[in-house]
Design a protein around this ligand. Sequence first.
Ligand code: FCB
Length: 436
Amino acid sequence: MQDLKFPSSFQWGVATSSYQIEGAVNEGGRAPSIWDTFSHQPGKVDNNDTGDVACDHYHRWQSDLDLIKALGVDAYRFSIAWPRVQPLGSGAWNPAGLAFYDRLTDGLLERGITPHVTLYHWDLPQALQDNGGWTSRDTAKRFADYAQTMAERLGDRAVSFSTHNEPWVTAVLGNQTGLFAPGLKDPVIARRVAHHLLLSHGLALRAIRAAGVKAALGIVLNQSPATPATSSAEDVALAAREYALLVRWFAEPLLLGRYPTAPDLPVCEAIEPGDLETIAQPLDFLGINYYTRIWSSTSNPPVPAPHAQGTSDMGWENYPEGLTELLCGLKRDYPLPPVFITENGLANRDVLVDGKVDDQPRIEYMRTHLSALKAAIDAGVDVRGFFYWSLMDNFEWSSGYAKRFGLVHVDYQTQVRTPKESAHWYRRFIEQQRRA
Ligand code: FCB
């Protein structure tokens, strides 16, 4: 890693999200979110795990911030649980919830760590879902109010606000395949939801800027390049369609002010005049979450992806080159704002032996992905920072606690945290970057 020198202003960080770590779902005035409802339905989450306790971060936030500091990172990306600060998603604010995120933000600054806030990482107040959730245009307006209030509240201390984390996941996994909350299975609804998420992003950016908040504003998209399994015209066409459905669907309205004309994306009836202008607000940055590529095969049975560089415990192919391909493709196709890699990481079958977790596959994943990221920077992509997903093992949505992404191991019986070998590796890597 000696030769891998990132720009000196590059930000090194770790990321988490509220529902995945906080627990304390019935404390401090918090109301239920759609993930509370969903995870309590039998069979929705592996092992019927829920986020009721999670990493108990709501109570252990101070020692968790000490853990972050011990990693030697510059920055921490966390999300705000909307139902903790505004329990019903409209109307009254909850002072105890607001105070929690004030303390967290101050605690980061006291430790010399820069706060990066995500406003929506999937825990919609259940009360809003009961009124239609993201299928309703009104939710976009509620979100803009919430976003403005939080940005005014924390904007003197947080350096960035991302409106949404992975709107594709909310739309498709939440409303088309039903694998995630709220568990609906309707492609027409999914397209409405996607449009309202994007609209809410644009409304929020406008409102936050009008309020005079100076922090950088952006959005986080999950993206992958799509590789045709063979050079057949069918596979090449499938790869183009799959790329459109993951990347272009969200990147184009945001960066070009129009939806792509793709056969699988019929025009959504929820679009109203002026919406695309609202959506295409200037972005101070784009957050990108990268884990793996799409492998596009039309054969029956499909040609399997090579998995030559290993497979994560999620079953995802390790394909670091995909990060370079993705970023260079985005730079080629769009007027790209500065980029942050807001998530990248590996689920590994970690085991704690004699107080140690020797997670060599995670170190290898980080090493190869950072080198792929450097290649994109060398090719001219303006990348400003990297956040490893995740600080610690946590509630991995429909996989429950079985999948471990953390740099820090969590024993869910005792809540004992143990930094893994990868945590030590990351700390040394960052130290080297500072020295070089
Ligand atoms: C992303 C999510 C994050 C985490 C990782 C593994 O899609 O944003 O919360 O679950 O995947």
